[in-house]
Design a protein around this ligand. Structure first.
Ligand code: IVH
Length: 704
């Protein structure tokens, strides 16, 4: 890692030969970071460090124009898009895990699962505990016992086809052994590198003058994405198997038994995986693994706990991307001391002013950290954080580094309390903090460049339009050059380019080929599912889950726009309908209506409608007897918790609502059902008993 800019010779004092050497090193270093960022999707440094390197490069070039290199980083917007691995859609999504940070968090996890399943107190809940390997997950498909395909996790829905690279993984059986092998099974597990192999790799890279990897995970991840599989093989990647995706026959019994099957088929299962009959036994095992951590030949960052009974796992299902039946109990974070150089302010896409701590770079757990999150004004006040302070920074897993506390005894005499700005640092508009809100927001709206760029960035991000080759840097450059001002401009770029005075292909960093690739990538995204478009708009409070709920409720784009238009009248049925969607609170409803009323946004929506082929919401293929029906649960259910009933109904594509109206299809009345059942009777809505409901949905219990 390069030393912090503050310790470098000031640009004005550099001799010509020093400048030449430095420019050469900067070109190499920046190209490597670009490659990690763009081609391997694994940034190997933070934005602050990267920007500092680029600024320094520009400054030196400005002073020594004759030394500008043919491969100067300032001539490039970024590296070419990732050399294409084909995409693979996971038929069963690859989930992530919620976290617990202490014993209480674990107790809460078990309590939640018990409540959800409505278990008797005397009913024991057996857990499986195993190390959380710090690698990357992969899904391996076997047909008739033969390995046929393998993919990375990607965004959980869609990963990259790395079939051939995975073949080189040391522990990957090409053919399964033993009996009881399903016709089709996707085995999931963690790809990782052993510490000794990692150290050897870095020694070799160092000797060859190449940049070393910061941790085994990055090395493993980069290794898996090599175009040349011989290079993947050299990394000596390994695999611990721990799960499954699509299978031709259901997996039953217990997770512990499944691990035994994996072993008999020839997979490596982590030797520290153990069945724990109670939470206390689980916590004991956690401490055993924590104590053993330093002796393990690979990196782990916690212990994963899974509820052992698979029928319970299936009933528990997932909330968003996190299963309710598994959790990661993380090890305590790593900390280090450094100096906070200054507090800077970032402006987000909804105008939120976020303070960021700019730090003197420091190594924390093997990664260089030069920025930390400060959340908001109140946090800075509460911790009394000031520029120049010595602080403790902490980094836990993938979480953004945080400031734990200030070392007040090291504070210098002249230090001044931090004053949060009252205007937007990007556009100068007044920044307001609404009552009850923690954040100040820029009131500049569309006139604020930072908001405009952030919104575009969100629009093309992975879970939104996901346009390859159109990343943060390109968006910024296009915005600054006035080529893309609003989302719809992306889709007219190619047409405008044809008659442009200065076409893209001649501009800095763009060649015929990269321009053609970009236009092709944009063209493939003209067809977009409604829910992705809604999410891409970046409306406050509207994330992926709420976007999906909206798409599902309104079906297509014009119905959605009509509904939001009508909902501007707060006493309208349309507004009541909107708020009534389970999962859409009043904050989200207000944000939607506000967004829709804003004139500029209406123009944007018109333009997008004209440029795109927005596909209506597609209900999940397996229709159920209650698919599309509106259900209200009321009273006390005896065979399952309200949460499970709701999750199950939603998994069967029904809509669960909190109140009875003429739109309700069924009211499911448990014991002591009150006014809602009465209202249903008045409106002529069918009322079902809990048993009648279960009979109705019976046979559709396959939950995923
Ligand atoms: S189970 C539905 N088990 O942790 C459960 N994950 O933070 C999904 N990981 O994406 C995963 N070791 O890459 C599981 N023993 C283990 C794991 C493990 C590491 C990773 C995995 C996952 C991530 C979630």
């Amino acid at each position: 890692m390069s030393s912090p800019p503050s310790r470098l010779t000031p640009v004005d004092d550099l001799s010509e030969s020093e400048a030449e050497t430095e420019l050469k090193n900067l070109a190499i270093e920046i190209a490597r970071y670009d490659q990690h960022y763009y081609q391997l999707s694994q940034p190997s440094t933070d934005d602050g460090t990267y920007d500092a390197l680029r600024r320094r490069n520009t400054a030196i070039e400005a002073r020594f124009p004759n030394l500008v290199r043919p491969d100067s980083p300032s001539d490039k917007v970024g590296a070419s898009p990732a050399a294409g691995f084909a995409k693979i859609r996971h038929s069963v999504p690859m989930l992530s895990l919620g976290n617990a940070f202490d014993d209480a968090g674990m107790a809460e996890f078990i309590a939640r699962a018990r409540r959800f399943l409505k278990l008797e107190e005397s009913e024991p809940v057996s857990l499986m505990a195993e190390p959380k390997i710090d690698g990357l997950s992969a899904s391996l498909r076997y047909e008739n016992g033969v390995y046929v395909r393998g993919a990375t996790r990607g965004d959980g829905e869609e990963g990259e086809d790395v079939t051939e690279n995975l073949r080189t993984v040391i522990d990957l059986p090409g053919e399964l052994q033993g009996g009881d092998i399903p016709e089709v099974i996707e085995v999931r597990g963690e790809i990782y590198m052993e510490l000794q192999d990692f150290a050897a790799l870095n020694r070799e890279r160092e000797a060859e003058g190449e940049k070393i990897f910061v941790n085994p995970r990055n090395a493993a991840s980069g290794g898996l994405r090599q175009i040349d599989t011989a290079l993947t093989a050299k990394r000596r990647l390994r695999l611990f198997a721990y799960g499954w995706g699509e299978t031709s026959e259901p997996i039953g019994g217990s997770y512990g038994d499944f691990l035994e099957h994996l072993k008999s088929w020839g997979f490596q299962v982590n030797p520290w995986a153990a069945r724990c009959k109670s939470l206390d036994a689980g916590l004991d095992h956690y401490r055993r693994i924590a104590a053993e951590r330093v002796n393990l030949p690979y990196e782990i960052d916690g212990v994963v706990f899974k509820i052992d009974r698979i029928d319970w796992q299936q009933r528990l299902g997932a909330a968003g991307r996190e299963p309710r039946w598994a959790i990661a109990y993380k090890f305590a974070a790593e900390q280090a001391e450094t100096v906070l150089e200054k507090i800077s302010i970032q402006v987000g896409r909804t105008g939120t002013l976020t303070p960021v701590a700019e730090l003197e770079p420091v190594a924390v757990g093997g990664v260089t950290v030069s920025r930390a999150q400060l959340h908001n004004e109140d946090e800075i006040k509460r911790k009394d954080i000031r520029a120049g302070d010595h602080v403790i920074v902490q980094r836990a897993g993938d979480v953004i580094p945080q400031i734990v506390r200030v070392l007040a005894d090291k504070r210098s005499a002249g230090s001044k309390e931090y004053v949060f700005p009252s205007t937007c640092p990007e556009c100068g508009s007044i920044a307001l903090r609404e009552s009850g809100e923690a954040a100040s927001r820029c009131t500049g709206g569309l006139t604020c460049p930072a908001q405009a760029i952030e919104r575009l960035r969100h629009f093309v991000s992975r879970d939104a339009f996901d346009i390859e080759g159109l990343g943060e840097r390109q968006i910024k450059a296009f915005w600054e050059e006035g080529l893309i001002n609003s989302p719809a401009d992306i889709f007219t770029l190619e047409e405008r380019d044809k008659s442009a005075e200065q076409p893209l292909a001649g501009r800095k960093g763009w060649q015929e080929k990269s321009v053609a690739n970009l236009f092709a990538a944009i063209a493939t995204r003209r067809e977009i599912p409604l829910e992705r478009l809604i999410y891409a708009l970046g409306i406050r409070h509207i994330g992926q889950t709420t976007a999906r709920l909206l798409a599902r409720r309104y079906g297509d784009f014009s119905a959605l726009r009509d509904a939001l238009g009508a909902a501007a009248q707060r006493d309208s049925e349309a507004y009541a309908d909107l708020v009534d969607i389970d999962g859409i609170g009043s904050a989200a409803a207000e944000a939607l209506v506000d967004f829709h009323t804003e004139e500029h946004n209406a123009e944007t929506l018109d333009a997008l409608d004209a440029a795109l082929d927005i596909t209506p919401f597609e209900a999940p293929a397996a229709t159920s007897p209650v698919s599309g029906k509106v259900i209200v649960f009321t009273g006390t259910l005896t065979q399952m918790s309200r949460a499970e009933a709701k999750a199950r109904a939603e998994a069967l594509d029904a809509k669960v609502s909190g109140s009875v109206s003429s739109k309700t299809d069924y009211v499911v009345a448990g014991e002591a059902a009150g006014s809602k059942a009465k209202k249903a009777a008045e409106l002529g809505v069918t009322v079902l008993s809990e048993q009648e409901w279960l009979d109705l949905i019976g046979g559709y219990t396959n939950l995923h």
